[in-house]
Structures are given as structure tokens and as C-alpha cells.
Write a new protein. Sequence first.
Lengths: 500, 149
Amino acid sequence: MSLSLKNPEFLIERNYDRCINCQVCERQCANDSHYYDEEMDKMLSKDENCVNCQRCVTLCPANALSIRQYPLEYRKNSNWTGEMINNIYKQAESGGVLLTGMGNPTPKKIYWDHILLNASQVTNPSIDPLREPMELKTFLGRKPGKLEFDENGNPFPLPPQLELDTPIMFSAMSFGSISINACRSLARAATASGIMYNTGEGGLHQDLYQYKENTIVQVASGRFGVHQEYLEAGAAIEIKIGQGAKPGIGGHLPGEKVGDEVSRTRMIPLGTDALSPAPHHDIYSIEDLRQLIYALKEATDYTKPVSVKISAVHNVAAIATGIATAGADIISIDGYRGGTGAAPTLIRDNVGIPIELALAAVDERLRREGLRDQVSLVIGGTIRNSADIVKAIALGADTVYIASAALIAMGCHMCQKCYTGKCNWGIATQQPDLVKRLNPEIGEERLKNLIRGWSLEIKEMLGGMGINAIESLRGNRLMLRGIDLNERELAVLGIKHAGE
Amino acid sequence: MKKVFAREEYCLGCKLCEVYCVTSHSRSKDVVKAHKSEEITPAVIIESGENLSFALQCRHCDDAPCVRACITGAMQKDPETGIVKYDENKCVGCWTCIMTCPYGAVKRDEYNRNIISKCDLCSETGEPACAANCPNNALVYKEQEEEGE
């Protein structure tokens, strides 16, 4: 096929009055979108290569660059949109599955934006967090129904708990899908902020064992890098059943990304594809899940909480009940807008349900079944700001997972090309020249700042509601009101409409 | 004394340090004008090989060979700041300093004038522009004692 029907997605605009031919853009683009033409003594662009990651724009010292949507438009058609047409051209040329990265970008309803928070006026005082203590400390793990004492009157030890200084954790991202410098940034920032980060299913790089107090180690269907020392290195263990961006789908880390370090960490041969099966082949029922939960508890002497992560699907409330009865200490649920390093586009955009509805349904179901105290609830996919967190906790979550937000803090510009491995920001790549673009000292600093800023905002919002501890907000749906929601939606969310 | 240290593990080889070096030594101090209407040779040297790069500039040696070698006294070590300074009005372009510099940190002028270009730690503005503007903190301006070169 000599003629491609694909058009460029983006247009690189260069202001030649400002361009100084320094070629920084050329050196920074892993997609070869810029080049210097000696004859013309000019920088030129190849628009067709541009993914709009804006690395060049950010680094251009002369502010000479901007990028916009390619202006070429098809004849107006609400059914056959340009994206649909371009996808067909792509597949007609490649014969392959459409791939993408990051979370679902389609314009479906974002329930967070239809929920409003309460604040105190007159009848109960609001609290100024700058003058009065405000508690964000959160404990994750099974809570006993009552305290029990031995014959000497000493309380029996509580089941293992994860202690967080603020109700935020970095969600699972494997070494392989992201670079070692991104992992280092997350691990160091989690340690400095008193929260957790999650290894994803890529095993734990030797350099990261030092952060084990703040590490959740994941056990997924591929079982990559899982061994005794790995399990012991985590403050908690998470069994990954599903991921919001691709429920029901396994993972595939292409062999090109399995270099020396990834191969050693994942315990697989150099250059081989790392295929995570869609299901765990030893888990076909809740009883099977229970066996794995207890196998992991046995292996770590019942010293660590065990979490089970699922994606938000239609039957999520019943599944969560099953997970709670299977003996999990934490359930984490990933909504359909959650991110990914690589997923089939149509799975990402069409499978699963919104996390807001899943969370409300699961919390409600667990309460009704009397199981809510036995498990902590962690949700993710996607939390975009501190208000989303406050709403999530009021809907019933114990804490939230953030990943896309953390990547954005480290420099991600949401170009959705993680799966190409050519991340110009040094995040979703294993290419050594790109990996070093993310200095983990800078990454750590930026992540710490984000967690600090969000925590301050959470305190402000709590104070406004007259609440001085995050514990008092948990499941407090009276602090929420809906707008632009129909009765079914309000019923599922378990909240009243504004004005009620 | 404070010097600029390179951390090659974080150097992107983007050469922004060159751009800001030129700007810092320009009359206008404006990135665009400095490059479009002035002729300034950057004093940083970017060494790069396969997936390795770092920016090198004058080490401001205690017993600087270039100062000893300079036949006109254009190259002088400032006894107070420790900066090895260069006076282009006294320079005759004999290039002896270039030959004696053990680091290769002295360059000929790129616009064919009989002068050289070398780092003065931006003594005019006070803070080396290469380190201040490095996007990945691969250049740091700090006391030598903290860490070896």
C-alpha cells in the first residue's frame, strides 16, 4: 500500500520571528517531528509525526512553538466523526487492534461534576484549619467489631493496618509500563508524604526495596517478579483482578521494553513479551480468590493487609461482597475512566462503569450486608482534584488512588501515546536517553507538592463543613447534593438533589 | 568557591545551557535578540557520545595553566572570587590558553575574531545561567566541597 489515507493529527506552528535555530526541539523529540534544514537555514516540522506531547513547546527557550489540532475537517457528520473515519483508515492499513494509553477521554457524564459539597452557615460553626487541628490520618484494613481483651486486661492486637497521613495513594503502575525514574519519584514522594505507592505487576526493582514501608506490592495474573522477599517488602499486598481501563483484558508488555532491568525485576527472559493473562488461571470463583488471599497471608505471617483490586463493572457490588467474605482487608475499585499504559481503544472507551456509581453501590451493599467494617474501600479512576477526593470519601471511600494526576504532576501531557514507549517526558518509556529526562529529585518534589496542596484543600473543605477529621466525613452522604441528575442516578448515588 | 558541576546521569543533551549562556553574555539579555542580532560564542561545551552527554565549562583551576600560559595577561585569576577572568581587549588570539587547558574548556570565537570564549560564571549577573536554566537540574552551581567532581 503506497498511499496512506491518514492525515496528520496535529499542526506544529513555528514563529520564525522568534525561532533561533537552537534545535532544542529537534533533540527533544523522540518522534522526529522537527529537523534543521541546512540549505534553508531553518527549522522545519513533520506534522505527521507529532503526538502533541508538548515537550518541544515547553523546552523552546524562545517561545516560538505552539501545537494545535490539524485544521483539516471532514464534511460535518455527528455519526461518522473524524475520529471514527481516521480509526478506520488506520485499521484498513494495519489490520490490527487500535491501541491507546491513559484514561477514557470520551465525553460521557462525569458524576463528580454533578455533586456539590455542603458548608456550614450560622447553625453550626465552620472550622479554620489554619488555627485548629484537622485530622486527615487514615487507616486501611479490617476493623474489629469490638475490642477484645486477654485475661490481664490487655487488648488483643488489631488486624494489620496501613497508616496514611492523608487519604491519597499512588495507584499501581508497573516498572516496565513506566520508567525506573518515575518509580523512584513515586516511591520517594510516597515515603516523604506518609502515603503508599503501588508497584503494579512488574515486580520490585532492587533500588526500591528501601521504600518498603510505603510500598504496596501487587500480585497479578502474570505473577511477574513475585517471590517471598517481594511479598515481605510490601506494607500491604494487592491482588490485581482487573483494571478500570481494560476490564476483562490482560496486559501485554512488548519485548522491546523488556530490557536488562525489567527482565531481572520481572524474572522473565530478556526481550520476551510479558503477557498477563486476562484471568488469574487459579481463580475462577470467590472460593479460589479466598485461597490466594490466605496463601498470601500465610506467606507473610498475617502481618500485612491484603487488598483485592477489581475494575468497576456492572455487577460490582455483588463481587465486592464476595471479596469481603473471601477475607480481603481492602477492596480497591478502579472506574472506567482509569488510566493505562496500553489498552485496546474500544475496550477503554466502552467497558466498565463510572467509579462514582460503583463506589456508591458497593459502599451501600457492604453496609447492608454488615461487611463494611471488615474491609476498607479504595477507589480510583479518575480522581482529578481534591474536591473529587472529598466527594469520594463522603460517598463511602476510605481513601483514593491517583495515577494519571501523579503522572501529570511529573510532566505527563496526556498525549495518550504511552504504548509506543517513546514518552518524551521520560515517564512511560524504557529508552535510556528518554528515561533520564525525568530527574527523580524533581519528580519527587513535584509529587510531594501535589499531595501537600491537595491535603491543604481537603482540610479547607472539611473545615467549611464544620468537620475536623476525615473519619467524620466517611460515608456522610448528607454532605453531598446532586445537580442535573435524574432520580435513578440520585438513587444509585444515595444522595439528595440540591434544594432538598 | 562555588562552581558549576555536571550530573551526566540527568543531562539530556538539549543544549539549552548554550542558549542561556549566550543570552546571559548578550547586551540585550533577551533570548531572541541575543541569537538573532548579536554574535556571541557560548562558553559551555557539550560533550556527547552514545547516550551520554554533559556540559563542560571552565573549572576555574587554583593554579590555572591558561593564566600561566597567557602571553599578554588577558587571562587572570581574580584573587577574591577565584574566577578565572578573561579580557578580550588584551587578547591577541595566540590560542596558547586553548592548548594548555587540561579540560578543553576554552574555545575559539565562532565568528572568526581573534578572541576566545570561556566561562566567567556569569560574573556580570551573579548566577551562572546554564545551571539556573537547566531543565533537569543536570547542572548545579554549588561549593566544591560537597561532592567530588
